[in-house]
Design a protein around this ligand. Structure first.
Ligand code: 13P
Length: 250
């Protein structure tokens, strides 16, 4: 499968940040022109910048995505954004079930699954996030928690070809800490096995599994070399093209 490096800007970025997305696209174009094989590169800005950045990036190799969506297409849901609106703004993908949504907004697996259904119905691909807390890892429950989230966050009958999984240990997000390579390999292997069990060897084997949590230029190559790590979901280091581009090239 083609690897994916996605940048999650979270609640960061004003109009001036559009220059970072453009600089990223220029860097990607230069690397491609130099013959480098690149992964899919995705930027997920806040909803306020999505349409502008999608327009800025039209004709480049960099794709755009949203960070969340509602389960419905339209209606009386003040403050919410539908998957159809994201697609209309130019998004190709949407991040769903991020641990910050699960923690800040009480999103549970069933809601995430309903959002996946809405996203795919709108023609978007979904990046579905799973990950354990530090207390869950310390209690030896990391794999059970992650596989439970995975099972519950993918709706019945979902098309696996439209889904990417992001394993983001909550304790590694924004902390500068990362799991050991062995722990990443074990979790990604467990996720792969669950995908194969659910979707079959071919379709389950073709779902990209991203690692997220304190990915930086200095650790990207090591993490991306781990078996069943098919890319990265990057937070803080995706905000500046100068940090994000080396991760894309790693
Ligand atoms: P950081 O890369 O800032 O740790 O964030 C990871 C993340 O949550 C991406 O979705």
């Amino acid at each position: 499968m083609r690897r994916i490096i996605a940048g999650n800007w979270k609640m960061n970025g004003l109009q001036a940040a559009r220059a970072q997305a453009l600089a990223l696209a220029e860097g990607v174009a230069a690397a491609t022109a130099a013959g480098t094989q690149l992964p899919r590169v995705v930027v997920c800005p806040p909803a306020t910048l999505l349409a502008d950045i999608a327009r800025d990036l039209a004709g480049t190799a960099v794709e755009t995505g949203g960070q969340d969506c509602h389960t419905g297409t339209s209606g009386a849901h003040t403050g919410d954004v539908s998957a159809q609106m994201l697609a209309d703004a130019g998004a190709r993908l949407v991040i769903l079930g991020h641990s910050e949504r699960r923690a800040d907004h009480g999103e549970a697996d069933a809601l995430v699954a309903a959002k996946v259904t809405a996203a795919l119905a709108a023609g978007l691909e979904a990046i579905v996030c799973v990950g354990e807390t530090e207390a869950e890892r310390d209690a030896g429950r990391a794999e059970a928690v992650v596989l439970g989230q995975l099972a519950g966050s993918l709706p019945e009958g979902v098309d696996p070809a439209a889904v990417t999984i992001a394993y983001e240990p909550v304790w590694a997000i924004g902390t500068g800490r990362t799991p050991t390579v062995a722990d990443v390999a074990a979790m990604h292997g467990a996720i792969r096995a669950a995908l194969v069990a659910r979707f079959g060897a071919e379709a389950g084997g073709a779902v990209a599994i991203l690692y997220g949590g304190s990915v930086k230029p200095s650790n990207a190559a090591e993490l991306m070399a781990v078996a069943d790590v098919n890319g990265a979901l990057v937070g803080g280091a995706s905000l500046k093209a100068g940090d994000f581009l080396p991760i894309v090239l790693a």
